[in-house]
Design a protein around this ligand. Structure first.
Ligand code: DSN
Length: 496
């Protein structure tokens, strides 16, 4: 009886977990009442964020919409507990409930990805990468140094041996994908801590095809001899063959680390299988949990057994206390991703990216690599006479939220850029299909085709200022709203 009543209020689209609209509305109305009594401006911002997200086409490739179950799990007293250490081995008492949720998240992660070991404490992707770097350094540099000195713990090293070890830890090499080819700042670039830790070199993409050139990666790896070969990206629109990357790593004695933050959902949903699934090939795989995986904001590390102990020392080595409420939400999201419907969702993400790419190219737009086989498209906006910054702003003004992004060998640098990155995970969660994405492509081209750079006093084009054609933003916003209304965000959720 109860089940029948619950089902009658469940609202779903084909690509998102169903939820009880009445129950979720009641939960959020009550929560906002309680929050509003303490600081009304925060309650207002929470309400406004839902309204804003409902009213725009979200094409930021790294964002998504987590389910109400995932979101509600984060607003609980699991937040109030300190739980440094690992399941069953805590530095604090009374961690039985944190143990329960962390164990669940770990079990779901291992089963979902077929990973020998999972560590679900990282608070973000950067944290997950730091845990991975230090686990690799601990396993490959620190452990042999302890063995050579015949001691078990760093505290037992002589001052001279400790100084030698610190110097060795700070003198290792990392090879990763170049930023303007789609790599990520945490893969050894100077502004990030990883670039200050490692001597880094990066592989780009082929000048003509803009595709990853494995022969070039191999040549560089042989010459550079990195301790860590990193694969993974945040703006490369293609699959990576991880079997080949592992072969290269093995050949030069490197540890293969894959950062699958962007495409974890495609791995979980079996869009990327065989040589394109990183988990069996990488020694260590890192991810965020909030992008295509559609979980709470956070990170995670998967690894082969030889790195498990070192990875589990992530907190307190590089992380602050684990967030019990977020680990619990990771368990919920991973349980959702283990449902067969998640594979349907993941397939739709990739199909939608194809449709978006085809639509853009049909209108004459140039895409980096000429297309996509994952969840993102990198649009070169130079043919519209715009910088990435102008394109990003004109699109946002028209109700289409994207982010500017460098393209390979970008003439406009990393701030203004010459590209816009578009991703389909979020709109797919709303139930958008291939035809809808084709319509979105048309809207994007209409806006960019109707945007002109402002001419500055010296007669050159501004890189930031622009003008949109009369009425363009309003027309596109209204066309976008038609699409958005047909695919409501959190249907049945009414804040009152
Ligand atoms: N911020 C994420 C992205 O947008 O790709 C990665 O850090």
């Amino acid at each position: 009886m109860t089940q029948t009543r619950t089902r009658s209020t469940e609202i779903a689209n084909a690509f998102a977990p169903p939820f009880d609209g009445q129950a979720a509305s009641a939960a959020y109305r009550s929560a906002l009442q309680v929050i509003g009594a303490a600081e009304p401006r925060v309650a207002d911002a929470i309400r406004a964020e839902l309204a804003d997200q409902r009213a725009s086409l979200k094409l930021i490739a790294s964002e998504n919409y987590a389910s109400p179950a995932v979101l509600l799990t984060m607003g609980t007293w699991l937040s109030d507990k300190y739980a440094e250490g690992t399941v069953g081995h805590r530095f604090y008492a009374a961690c039985q409930n944190i143990d329960a949720v962390e164990r669940l998240a770990v079990d779901h992660a291992r089963a979902l990805f077929g990973a020998p070991h999972a560590y679900v404490q990282p608070h973000s992707g950067i944290d997950a990468n730091l845990v991975a770097f230090w686990a690799i350094l601990a396993q490959r540099i620190e452990s042999p140094a302890l063995a050579r000195a015949s001691v078990k713990h760093v505290n037992d090293l002589s001052d001279a041996d400790w100084a030698a070890l610190r110097s060795a830890l700070g003198n290792q090499r990392m090879l990763g994908m170049a930023l303007d080819a789609g790599g990520h700042l945490t893969h050894g670039f100077r502004p990030n801590i990883s670039g200050k830790m490692f001597h880094q070199s990066s592989y780009g993409t082929d000048a003509h095809t803009e595709l990853l050139d494995y022969a070039e990666v191999r040549r560089m790896a042989r010459e550079f001899k990195p301790l860590i070969l990193i694969a993974g990206y945040s703006a490369y629109p293609r699959k990576v063959n991880f079997a080949v990357m592992r072969e290269i790593a093995d050949e030069v004695g490197a540890t293969l680390m894959v950062d699958m933050a962007h495409f974890a959902g495609l791995v979980a949903g079996k869009v990327f299988t065989g040589d394109f699934d990183p988990v069996p090939f990488a020694h260590v795989t890192t991810t965020t949990t909030h992008k295509s995986l559609r979980g709470p904001r956070g990170g995670m590390v998967l690894c082969q057994p030889e790195f498990a102990d070192a990875v589990d020392r992530g907190c307190p080595m590089v992380l602050g206390g684990p967030l019990g409420q977020v680990m619990a939400a990771k368990a919920v999201a991973l349980a959702e991703a283990r449902q067969p419907e998640f594979a349907t969702y993941a397939t739709a993400i990739a199909d939608n990216a194809h449709s978006l790419a085809d639509g853009l190219m049909r209108h004459g737009a140039r895409l980096v690599t000429g297309g996509t086989d994952n969840h993102l498209v990198l649009l070169d906006v130079t043919s519209f006479g715009l910088t990435g910054r102008q394109a990003e702003s004109a699109l946002v003004e028209s109700g289409i939220v994207t982010n500017r992004n460098a393209i390979p060998r970008d003439p406009n640098g990393a701030w203004y850029t010459s590209g816009v990155r578009l991703g389909t995970p979020a709109l797919t969660s709303r139930g958008f299909g291939a035809d809808d994405m084709d319509r979105v492509a048309t809207l994007i081209v209409e806006v960019l085709g109707d945007t002109r750079p402002t001419v500055t006093a010296d007669g050159s084009n501004s890189k930031a200022k622009y003008a949109l054609g009369e009425g363009r933003a309003a027309r596109t916003r209204s066309a976008a709203l038609e699409l958005l209304d047909a695919h409501p965000l959190y249907p049945g959720l009414d804040l009152g």
